[in-house]
Write a protein that binds this ligand. Structure first.
Ligand code: HEC
Length: 321
């Protein structure tokens, strides 16, 4: 472990020197969403193509069949960077199906590697919910009903869990994020009976708008993660009455300003994450007006992101400022 830290530290100082002109890349905000959206389904808990996982620092550093996926400080010698730049016709291109990464995304990955490939431990794509739930004090728990008990048992039989958030409490949390295709609308139909559910993480799962209708009655929900799912505005309409919600994350979804309209009645909402959505500054401003106490995080400057149509543009060097 000590050796690893030394290697990382060395690479970091080298990388920073050669990357003085770039702004520091934020792994959690800028790199992790790309990996989760475009890579983890084949290089994560479900599948490990090429024996490679990209959902934790440790695994990514170990690399796959061909060795480490990246060399901190040296993007040009990193297998991962080489592969994302290949043309779609090349079998080695990553992701090896679907849309290529945009130029903005490959540049971010290049800068991140050149800056030492910093992967903060806290940002590892594991679900570690905060211990204290904001807003819990305003709720009243009730012992699990027979329907709730049945639903909990059903989830367990599927290898999933809605665990108590602490010892001797009825409140439950379900961290189903990154379980990929195992979690679908059918899973949500089970969750519907878990009235004591206060936190639900569906990040990167295969749920849809229709499935979210199952959450309508879960009025104790405080925290909901829908990032990197197929959820759209229609799905958010199902959340209208979840007025205890304090945290909502929809980053990497196709949500637009119309979807934000459905959130205007959620007066207890304190944190909303909109990175990489289709919302605009107008929509965000309108929501902020309706919910002045809400902290809206749109990630980095959205206007600097390339539009999807620009994906196919040929690579031309940006003139250095
Ligand atoms: C649809 C599935 C799929 C997706 C999505 C995908 N990969 Fe892969 N990846 C593969 C397969 C299959 C292999 C092994 C075959 C090969 O060597 O080309 C592989 C191999 C690799 C390797 C070489 C591993 C080794 O040591 O041999 C790297 C690095 C890699 N992928 C990076 C990425 C990155 C970065 C992304 C996201 C931008 C990504 N992949 C997305 C399927 C995928």
């Amino acid at each position: 472990m000590k050796k690893l830290i030394l290697i990382l530290a060395g690479a970091l100082s080298g990388g920073v020197l050669s990357a003085q002109t770039e702004t520091k890349v934020d792994f959690a905000k800028q790199i992790q969403p790309i990996l989760e959206h475009s890579c983890v389904k084949c290089h994560g808990p479900e599948k490990q193509k090429g024996k490679l996982r990209l959902d934790s620092k440790e695994a990514a550093l170990k690399g796959g069949k061909g060795g480490p996926a990246f060399k901190p400080g040296k993007a040009d010698e990193s297998e991962m960077y080489r592969r994302i730049l290949l043309p779609a016709t090349d079998d080695d291109r990553m992701p090896n199906e679907g849309d290529a990464l945009t130029k903005a995304q490959t540049d971010l990955i290049r800068d991140w590697i050149n800056q030492g490939a910093v992967w903060p431990e806290v940002a590892v794509a594991k679900d570690s919910p905060p211990k204290v739930k904001i807003g819990l004090d305003k709720l009243t728990a009730a012992p699990a009903s027979p329907a709730e008990q049945k639903a909990i048992a059903k989830l367990e039989s599927l290898g999933m869990a809605a665990r108590p958030i602490a010892q001797k409490v009825d409140w439950r949390e379900a961290n189903l994020g990154l379980q990929g295709t195992n979690v679908t609308d059918a899973t949500l139909a089970i969750l519907k009976d878990i009235a004591n559910l206060v936190q639900l993480n569906l990040r990167g799962t295969k749920i849809t708008d229709a499935g979210l209708a199952n959450l309508k009655g879960l009025s104790n929900l405080l925290e909901l993660h829908l990032e990197n799912t197929a959820v759209t505005d229609a799905g958010l309409a199902n959340l209208k009455n979840l007025t205890n919600l304090t945290y909502l994350n929809v980053f990497g979804t196709a949500v637009t300003d119309a979807g934000l309209e459905h959130l205007k009645g959620l007066t207890d909402l304190r944190n909303l994450y909109l990175w990489q959505t289709k919302t605009t500054s107008n929509g965000v401003a309108a929501l902020q007006k309706a919910l002045p106490n809400l902290r809206i995080d749109t990630g980095w400057d959205l206007s600097s992101l390339p539009k999807p149509e620009e994906k196919k543009e040929e690579k031309k060097e940006e003139p250095k400022k």
